[in-house]
Design a protein around this ligand. Structure first.
Ligand code: PEP
Length: 248
């Protein structure tokens, strides 16, 4: 079953409207094979309408978070319904920065993924181990538990892309080796096969994130179970275009 290569750009909490416009015009000028790759960029909430209006139509936008259930008296939150109302198709959920800094548990992330999908959003769901967990040999158990919390709540896997993002590789310049990333991606696919279905295992995109850049993306993209990338720092730079083209 073909899995279209997927490249997401997570702009995190960066940018002014001028800087955002500059990034968008670089993306709009990029020569990319748009039928072979799905590109989704994720600006901060406040810039979503601007980016959605100015971005080329073959690229899409994602929010970086949304509330776990229907909106209401939740000061500072943005609901899935609001994103749908603005025709934002994607949302990133379970990013390790939110898990670590804001204390989002596996179950809370699973609830968010399920609610976002129930409202019509597609989800980039992030999983990944800390350095301590890797060094103690529990990487696979950690990512399996994070994935299980999602699988326990989600029926429609066509709406999910899993982003494997080892925490020790995010924003550190220490990218996982192609073999390290491939090993976890293959284990995640095995987990989906054993615990969800063979069809979901074969069709779900599992993308890698953590210090991906224009120089290391090709070797990672050549791994059989790496179906694309979630890119942080390099998604703010012109080399993001090279990353989009890495599967060529
Ligand atoms: C991320 O934050 O999702 C990420 C992968 O960041 P970076 O590429 O900067 O490591």
């Amino acid at each position: 079953m073909g899995r279209t290569f997927f490249v997401g750009g997570n702009w995190k909490c960066n940018g002014t409207s001028e800087e955002v416009k500059k990034i968008v015009s670089t993306l709009n000028a990029g020569q990319v094979p748009s039928q072979d790759v799905e590109v989704v960029v994720s600006p901060p909430f406040v810039f979503l309408p601007l980016v959605k209006n100015e971005l080329r139509p073959d690229f899409h936008v994602a929010a970086q978070n949304c509330w776990v259930k229907k909106g209401g008296a939740f000061t500072g939150e943005v609901s899935a319904e609001m994103l749908v109302n603005l025709s934002i198709p994607w949302v990133i959920l379970g990013h390790s920065e939110r898990r670590a800094i804001l204390g989002e548990s596996d179950e809370f992330v699973g609830d968010k993924v399920a609610y976002a999908i129930s409202q019509g959003l597609k989800v980039i769901a992030c999983v990944g181990e800390t350095l301590e967990q890797r060094e103690s040999g529990s990487t696979i158990d950690v990512v399996a538990a994070q994935t299980k919390a999602i699988a326990d709540r989600v029926k429609d896997w066509t709406k999910v892309v899993i982003a494997y993002e080892p925490v020790w590789a995010i924003g550190t310049g220490k990218v996982a080796s192609p073999a390290q990333a491939q090993e976890v991606h293959a284990e995640l696919r095995k987990w989906l096969q054993a615990n969800v279905s063979a069809e979901v295992a074969a069709s779900t995109r599992i993308i890698y994130g953590g210090s991906v850049n224009g120089a290391n993306c090709k070797e990672l993209a050549a791994q059989p179970d790496i179906d694309g990338f979630l890119v942080g720092g390099a998604s703010l730079k012109p080399e993001f275009i090279d990353i989009i083209k890495s599967a060529e």
